[in-house]
Design a protein around this ligand. Structure first.
Ligand SMILES: C[S@@+](CC[C@H](N)C(=O)[O-])C[C@H]1O[C@@H](n2cnc3c(N)ncnc32)[C@H](O)[C@@H]1O
Length: 249
């Protein structure tokens, strides 16, 4: 795994940007705020963090009148699921049918192939048993929103090439409003994309965290092979240079 990835900065970041990102992390790690740190955590949120949240807000707003679940493939620590929980509570507090599903091995990338020249099997692993912590956090966040007695999220650990087909077999009624692919690599993205297609409706969004990106070309290749680049407009947001999405119409 490259140093850039450990620091979670873009491979396009300059040396000074990387140094500054590290400095911010150090300031956060040694924050003197103490017990109020959670309430004040946005003090340490930089432009990039905020842009990413606003990007997801834009996607979420586009599915409000579309039936179906939200699936994130490669949810890792789960910050996007946390954000979606809040957005659901804000924009559609009474939609207890908008389930959020997070898929991840929690052991890092699995299924790296020759289509993924810079990816390393096992990178991006969370800490052992992390999925239980994530479930507890999402339970807690859901309690902050209306209809909290109805559980509306599910964490599905394991290789998506097995867990997604199994989930859809058990839940054949599933309609997917938003599927967000952030596994960085070709094979699992291709398998997941093929599996979700029969579950889409007009207005469903397919989002790709790595789109038209030479650092991680695998997901774009999967998109090209399964759907094709020309069938739908591959859209982007001014808030994010790499991610792309398409709306099924
Ligand atoms: C870049 S991280 C995701 C980051 C996360 N979406 C975020 O925004 O914070 C990529 C994730 O994909 C997961 N992943 C890779 N291959 C996978 C597979 N075959 N099945 C399930 N998850 C996989 C990894 O475990 C890793 O957590």
């Amino acid at each position: 795994m490259s140093t850039e990835k450990i620091e979670n900065t873009s491979p396009n970041a300059s040396k000074s940007e990387r140094e500054n990102a590290l400095r911010l992390k150090e300031l956060f790690r040694h924050s003197p705020i103490g017990g109020e740190l959670l309430d004040e955590a946005s003090l340490y949120q930089n432009r990039q963090h905020l842009m990413r949240q606003l990007f997801f807000d834009g996607l979420y707003q586009q599915i409000i009148n579309v039936h179906g679940v939200v699936m994130e493939f490669g949810c890792k620590w789960g910050k996007n699921l946390a954000l979606f929980t809040a957005l659901r509570g804000i924009y559609e507090p009474y939609n207890h049918n908008r389930k959020l599903l997070g898929f991840d091995t929690f052991d890092g990338l699995r299924g790296v192939s020759s289509e993924d020249p810079r990816a390393l099997e096992g990178s991006y692993a969370t800490s052992k048993g992390y999925e239980e912590h994530l479930r507890s956090v999402l339970d807690c966040l859901e309690q902050e929103c209306p209809l909290a007695h109805i559980k509306k999220h599910e964490i599905i650990p394991g290789d998506v090439r097995e867990t997604l087909p199994a989930y859809l077999k058990q839940n054949p009624h599933t309609i997917i409003a938003l599927a967000y692919f952030d596994m960085d690599i070709y094979e699992p993205t291709k398998v997941a994309l093929e599996a979700v297609l029969p579950h889409l409706t007009r207005g469903s969004i397919l989002g790709f965290d790595e789109c038209n990106w030479d650092a991680f070309p695998g997901p774009t290749r999967a998109l090209d092979e399964v759907i094709g680049k020309g069938k739908y407009r591959i859209q982007r947001s001014p808030l994010q240079p790499i991610p792309g999405y398409l709306v099924i119409d």
